[in-house]
Design a protein around this ligand. Structure first.
Ligand code: BMA
Length: 330
């Protein structure tokens, strides 16, 4: 335990927020300031997207997916006072690996950041003979220790729960194959120590013929509510013009999160604006982080758009829970 660490819930930064405009009935609405992070915020970047943000000290910190101009996929630390204007480090994170074999990975993308007990854990898709889930941790968003990969390749979208469940660390992930898989289900795994993961349970797979019919993957760290874990996740449609990535929401059982209580039939966000439909990969919204203000119920979701830029969308906890229950396929 590092005693200089302040738990995020012990301080109150005001989360980014914009009210839903009059006449809009969408359950999730976009920031008027999108894209909040342009593709070229730092000189080396080709694109900055699918990134994770958490409360940190008197503002926010994050881990950003920055694909560089060689198109190598790298992770960078960033800081912000208000969650909107970001300073992203010009150099990728240098991971301190206990085992240098694990430190020799080929790429890193789609990070999630989770405050858990006494530190910020970072999970991401790590290139180690194919994509798998790496786990690292930081106290200060300056240095990062690299633990073992959680799973064998191939796996993506590793997302930790923010507390132990039944005494164990818990993670969602999406076993897949080497490339842009045309299938994908979310699984739940647990660990006594963040190193060894097991007791894998099926959570949910693709559904219907629409936005989540090809594959799905967990998005931001789940938010605990009285009615279950709120999980925002992405779903993929195979169109005649390629994959379309949208976002939906589910409620998972608090003590047995592999049991899905509700899951939305319609998406809550789909690629519709120019910055979501046009970019390095068209037609993608990909949420990786959510800030939740308990006092007001406000939720701010950070998502990658068109594999190019980082954006913000908003919802309210009570509205979203009502929406999930009223539009559930379960
Ligand atoms: C997925 C991941 C994401 C990406 C998405 C759309 O397989 O690679 O990083 O946003 O495809 O290209």
């Amino acid at each position: 335990m590092n005693n200089s660490i302040i738990a995020p819930e012990e301080k109150s930064a005001v989360i980014p927020w914009e009210e839903r405009s009059q006449g809009c009935s969408d359950i999730m609405w976009r920031s008027g300031r999108n894209p909040v992070i342009p593709r070229n915020l730092i000189p080396v970047s080709n694109s900055i997207f699918n990134s994770a943000v958490v409360p940190f000290r008197d503002g926010y910190a994050g881990v950003f997916r920055c694909d560089d101009k060689k198109r190598d996929m790298r992770l960078h630390f960033g800081k912000s006072r208000d969650g909107i204007a970001w300073e992203i480090e010009p150099h990728p994170i240098v991971f301190e690996a206990e085992d240098e074999e694990i430190g020799r990975f080929q790429y890193a993308y789609d990070p999630r950041v989770c405050w858990l007990e006494d530190r910020y854990y970072i999970t991401w898709c790590n290139g180690y003979h194919g994509p798998t889930i790496a786990i690292g941790y930081t106290y200060d968003f300056k240095s990062c220790c690299l633990l073992e990969n959680a799973f064998l390749p191939y796996n993506r979208n590793g997302v930790l729960f923010p507390r132990r469940i039944n005494g164990k660390f818990a993670m969602l992930s999406r076993p897949s194959d080497t490339g842009h898989t045309r299938f994908g289900d979310i699984f739940y795994s647990e660990s006594p120590d963040m190193i060894y993961w097991g007791r894998h349970r099926f959570v949910m797979g693709p559904a219907g013929d629409g936005w989540q019919s090809t594959k799905i993957g967990a998005g931001p760290v789940p938010i605990e509510t009285a009615e279950g874990w709120l999980l925002i996740y992405h779903g993929v449609l195979s169109s005649c013009n390629g994959f379309v990535y949208s976002a939906g929401a589910a409620l998972l059982d608090l003590e047995k999160p592999w049991k899905v209580i509700h899951r939305t039939a319609p998406y809550i966000l789909s690629p519709q604006t120019l910055y979501e439909c046009v970019g390095d990969v068209s037609n993608v919204v990909f949420p990786c982080a959510a800030l939740h203000d308990k006092a007001t119920g406000r939720i701010a979701v950070y998502y990658g758009a068109a594999d190019t830029v980082t954006c913000l969308a908003y919802t309210r906890m009570d509205w979203l829970l009502e929406f999930i229950k009223a539009n559930s396929i379960i």
